[in-house]
Design a protein around this ligand. Structure first.
Ligand code: B12
Ligand code: SF4
Length: 537
């Protein structure tokens, strides 16, 4: 049987990285079936397109996975596929919580023939076998013989054949600029960010988060050896292709067990398996100097930190009181000292937020070492404690907000400002941190560095913006290109005609040492430089 695994885009924004679940389930598929992957972020498709694909490619089963914000598109695509007579099984965090919706048991239309609840590592082979026999059940649940929920131990962990998998659709370098970027540094004909997990689960239970409910508070880790071997495979592929690869350790809290993380990082270093990597680690776990030393030595370049708010009252409200805003600066400086920088994530629209929260947050961000700040709105995802609290208090304004995905739109009213004011705050945050001027200055601050480093920071900034802002359609991309045309032309000129001898800079012209929205200092870019340095080493 030919199986299609499909992850939709949300029709508005774009993820820069393929989704791990597809590769994982592909590796766990019984050997007598063939699996085709389509990630809508890389290959946008509409309903007619997917129906045609399924017919022409003789697909016998389609698996669709989606986050809540992609679910409306996922359902539309599922409907189109089912209309061709091909069965659809859906899985992932949203349908796990809302399986009655997917199966049409809540009075709405049915979108899926079957749903896989929770982690599907062990149920997927069964689903495939049942589908091949035409005997799909409606619900697959990972339970043991006694009917008790069973979490995959991740030992053993399947080998994902990164050396042979077709990764064509996941190259972040647009075809049109291949020839140009091949001339840069060691070659940037390909650049891929690959998701790797080293463990699952987080016990912290932040109120807005799906993870503790979905993966459970029992933390499970792969063996160090299995993670190291996966990195070695990826590294070999990048070397063979003369391209670049970076890894995103998608664990929710990569250092949740500091002792284990240190041991993994030591093994990575010992095996020379370093690639440039990004991981999510909560600020409280970054107090450990030795851990931060090992992060830097093992290839860590960026750490994603869910700071959420600079207001302790907000943090307490969402059960994230373990975040201490007073120590954010120290943590970031500890990282920056080792050339590791942070993607600092903030949520606006919390109950203690008032108008001006974005500027108050930015004014702190400006005093910190540089990084990539990101901004979102507090969103009640299905079945989270936040959803339940707001529902019980009658505060939800759009109970099933996912059925009509609206980009950057709240589904409840915060206590101390209006929804419109919260929207304005999030826009202010992005506009100030990612304006074409801010991007240009980030690139300019690298004037002393080779072109590759500047291309690198430029692309990182655009990709980042693209995860959260509309950049899927050609028009949206053209708009971004037009806005950043001066920077693009400057980079192109240098790629084609070489570098103009630069006159020595006066002290006033040097990039600022302190981050503010309109000035990106050189040492931020040093990180990106290191990112490109090590990718194929
Ligand atoms: C990596 C990641 C991202 C990446 C992008 C996704 C990617 N390309 O991988 C980035 C950083 C860009 C990102 C962004 C966001 N993310 Co995110 N992300 C994750 C993260 C940390 C890991 C995902 C992962 O690979 N997990 C490991 C795999 C193995 O697990 P899995 O995907 O759940 O798959 C298993 C099962 O669900 C099931 N399954 C999944 N799909 C399917 C399909 C079929 C057919 C079957 C049978 C089974 C099945 O089988 C798999 C194996 O067991 C998760 C948290 C987590 N630990 O999962 C959050 C998570 C998915 N993200 C989440 C959110 C909310 C977001 C943002 C909206 C955050 C924000 N406020 O800005 C943005 C949205 C971006 C966008 N443009 O849409 C939520 C989603 C909750 C929900 N109900 O939708 C999660 C769960 C985290 C959370 N805090 O709750 N994210
Ligand atoms: S620390 Fe991160 S992964 Fe863990 S519950 Fe909180 S937000 Fe979720």
């Amino acid at each position: 049987m030919r199986i299609l695994l499909y992850n939709p885009d949300n029709g508005v924004t774009r993820n820069f990285m393929p989704h791990l679940w597809m590769f994982l389930l592909q590796s766990l598929t019984p050997p007598d079936h063939e699996v085709v992957l389509i990630d809508g972020n890389a290959q946008p498709m509409d309903e007619a397109g997917i129906a045609q694909f399924v017919r022409e490619q003789n697909i016998g089963l389609v698996g669709i996975g989606a986050m809540t914000r992609m679910i409306a598109k996922a359902y539309r695509m599922a409907d189109a596929i089912r209309a061709t007579g091909v069965p659809v099984v859906m899985g992932g965090p949203h349908v796990t919580e809302e399986f009655n919706e997917a199966l049409g048991r809540d009075g709405g239309p049915r979108h899926a023939d079957a749903v896989a609840l929770g982690e599907a590592d062990e149920t997927w082979p069964q689903i495939v076998n049942d589908a091949a026999l035409g005997q799909l059940k409606e619900v697959y649940e990972p339970v043991d013989a006694a009917g008790k929920e069973h979490k995959p131990p991740l030992r053993p962990y399947p080998v994902i054949p990164w050396d042979t998998i077709d990764l064509h659709q996941f190259n972040l370098v647009p075809k049109s600029v291949f020839p140009l970027l091949k001339r840069v540094g060691e070659g940037w004909g390909t650049f891929r960010i690959i998701p790797v997990e080293s463990g699952r689960g987080c016990p912290y239970g932040c109120e807005f988060c799906t993870v503790t409910g979905f993966f459970g508070d029992s933390i499970r880790f792969r063996t160090n050896e299995s993670v190291v071997n996966e990195l070695l495979l990826l590294k070999a592929r990048a070397r063979k292709e003369k391209g670049q690869i970076a890894v995103f350790f998608i664990d929710d809290n990569f250092a949740i067990n500091v002792k284990r993380t240190k041991s993994l990082l030591r093994d990575i270093i010992a095996a020379k398996a370093q690639v440039n990597w990004v991981a999510q680690i909560s600020a409280n776990l970054l107090r450990d100097e030795e851990l931060v030393d090992l992060i830097a030595a093992s290839g860590g370049k960026w750490v994603f930190i869910g700071m959420e708010s600079i207001d302790p009252a907000n943090l307490k409200d969402v059960n994230k009181g373990f975040n201490k805003p007073g120590e954010y600066a120290t943590v970031l400086e500890r990282l920056a000292k080792r050339n590791v920088y942070a993607i600092t994530s903030f949520i606006f629209g919390m109950d203690n937020d008032t108008v001006g929260v974005a500027e108050r947050t930015l004014s702190q961000v400006r005093t910190w070492p540089p990084g990539l700040p990101i901004f979102g709105l507090l969103t009640p995802l299905p079945s989270t404690p936040l959803y339940k609290r707001l529902e019980a208090a009658g505060r939800l304004t759009r109970r099933k907000h996912w059925q009509e995905f609206i980009h950057f739109a709240m589904a409840h009213t915060p206590l101390k400002m209006s929804i419109a004011e919260a929207h304005a705050e999030v826009n202010y945050g992005w506009a100030n941190a990612y304006s074409p001027e801010a991007v240009a200055r980030a690139v300019e601050s690298l004037d002393d560095q080779p072109l590759g480093y500047r291309v690198n920071i430029f692309l990182a900034r655009l990709c980042f913006r693209g995860i959260y802002f509309p950049m899927l359609g050609k028009f949206a991309w053209l708009k971004v290109v037009a806005e950043n045309r001066r920077t693009i032309l400057k980079l192109l000129r240098e790629a084609l005609f070489g570098r103009r001898p630069s006159r020595p800079k006066g002290p006033d012209e040097r990039p600022a040492e302190v981050f503010h929205p309109d000035a990106q200092p050189a040492y931020e870019v040093g990180t990106m430089q290191a990112l490109s340095d090590q990718a194929t080493s």
